[in-house]
Design a protein around this ligand. Structure first.
Ligand code: NOJ
Length: 466
């Protein structure tokens, strides 16, 4: 059996909009999701897991089950209901109380500043396509550094690629735009510039603690040995993985990335603008990241594709319904013998190992890594308070094994945050896709530890992947 280091963080991950509920309480300002979900009429982010009121219970469960780190985000619009301007003291007080509870229970908070929830006024003005949002984000971040001096671990953004692609390429996040590669690339870049500006402010002001960014990194493999498939995988990977790593650690885009962008833009008649001043900030920040947070659940097999873009997002758990074919990039396909979840997420743990080794080799000054999300969406069965989620345990075990192997190969990974601590609201699936260690009855808000929670506790206590 493989082991993990003695000082390893065995964390649980959450996000404000998915856990807190109370979307209209405590002086919180609106976000684009409120209206988007109301219009869709499938589900809402209330009550979610009611973390707004249940946080003492959830943090106590962390302690009880060996979870010594809690990843959570601050809802920007709880602090600045309008995105800028007047501060909502009730929101500020709420997070101080949460951090105090963490301190009391010996659980280390890892705090993300933006987890898909730009305040609505700024969102409606173009979100991160509008440079005013970048300025507003930098001010909000600085406010948090000054105010929440009890926090030691900060992340600027959660998952820049899914923000850009779900908003402008796949249309599953508000504003629901499809196949706009120019906006996708512009959004990726602008968020990376905003990240860099925040890193530089944090370091120039010598705020205490550490800061990094959380990227969703899902490496792409060619579906076959053909040159065409290899090239499709290269393009898909360049846009969704290499772009972010280059921006974070080089402060510019490598020749490979620029070549891929050129090809993708030509095929889609797309364009973007990168300003010189952006690279000054990015280069300055590129050696100042204390850590990289990686959200990693799956990878993709890609084959060449010639036609128009077509996608179907499996947001229901109907296995086999996903379609992902993007003009000028490629088609994501399943691979014989490689298992996948009901939501068609490919279970390929070797992908995590490959990714970690790649970062070590290509970006050697990465400093240290936390796996900030990994876990399995599953339709848990609840039988009289008992939830036997063996497939989730199997998933976690194989991924943790690959992680342990990467550490043995010299990659500096200091912790792992299982998504999610308790069942939470899922952006495009609502409440039937569960990830939690703790089952939440969303009507009563009662928590029930799943079989996986007992398993994780043992792993945390023994540092052994059983
Ligand atoms: C990544 C996101 O950060 C989180 O919000 C989401 O719910 C999980 N992945 C699962 O899809």
């Amino acid at each position: 059996m493989l082991r993990l280091p003695e000082d390893f963080i065995f964390g649980g991950a959450t996000a404000a909009y998915q856990a807190e509920g109370a979307t209209k309480k405590g002086g919180k300002g609106p976000v684009a999701w409120d209206e988007f979900l109301e219009k869709q009429g499938r589900f809402l982010a209330d009550p979610a897991s009611d973390f707004y009121h249940q946080y003492p219970q959830d943090i106590a469960l962390c302690k009880k089950f060996g979870v010594n780190g809690l990843r959570l985000s601050i809802a920007w619009s709880r602090i600045f209901p309008d995105g800028t301007g007047e501060v909502n003291q009730e929101g500020v007080d709420f997070y101080h109380k949460v951090f105090a509870e963490c301190e009391k229970e010996g659980v280390l908070p890892f705090v993300t500043l933006h987890h898909f929830d730009t305040p609505k006024r700024l969102f409606d003005q173009g979100d991160f396509l509008n440079r005013d949002t970048m300025d507003a984000f930098v001010s909000y971040a600085q406010f948090c550094f000054e105010e929440f001096t009890e926090v030691r671990y900060w992340s600027t953004f959660n998952e820049i690629y899914p923000v850009a692609s779900n908003q402008y390429l796949l249309g599953v996040f508000p504003p629901g735009i499809r196949f706009n590669l120019g906006s996708t690339i512009q959004c990726l870049h602008n968020m990376m510039v905003a990240h860099a500006r925040v890193i530089n402010i944090f370091k120039d002001n010598k705020y205490p603690g550490e800061i990094g960014v959380v990227h969703s990194l899902e490496p792409k493999y060619p579906a076959s040995d053909s040159e065409e498939d290899k090239h499709a995988a290269f393009l898909d990977d360049a846009l969704s993985v290499r772009f972010l790593l280059d921006a974070t650690y080089l402060g510019h885009y490598s020749d490979e990335t620029m070549q891929a962008l050129k090809e993708i833009c030509e095929a889609n008649d797309a364009s973007y603008t990168f300003l010189d001043e952006d690279f000054t900030e990015m280069e300055k920040a590129s050696h100042r990241n204390d850590y990289l947070g990686i959200n990693h659940y799956q990878c993709h097999f890609v084959k060449a594709y010639d036609g128009e873009s077509q996608v179907h997002h499996n947001g229901t758990g109907d296995k086999g319904t996903s379609v992902y074919k993007i003009k000028g990039i490629g088609e994501r396909v399943y691979k014989e013998g490689v298992p996948r979840t009901d939501w068609d997420w490919i279970i390929y743990p070797e992908g995590m190992y490959d990714l970690l080794l790649r970062i070590q080799k290509e970006y050697p000054h990465y400093n240290k890594i936390y796996i900030t999300e990994n876990g399995m969406g599953y339709k848990d069965e609840f039988e009289d308070g008992i939830i036997m989620d063996k497939p989730r345990i199997d998933y976690l075990r194989v991924y943790l094994n690959e992680l342990s192997k990467a550490i043995s190969a010299g990659v500096n990974v200091k912790g792992y945050f299982l998504w999610s601590l308790m069942d939470v609201f899922s952006w495009s699936n609502g409440y039937n896709k569960r990830y939690g260690l703790f089952y939440v009855d969303f009507e009563t808000q009662k928590r029930y530890p799943k079989e996986s929670a007992y398993w994780y506790k043992l792993v945390s206590e023994t540092k052994t992947i059983i």
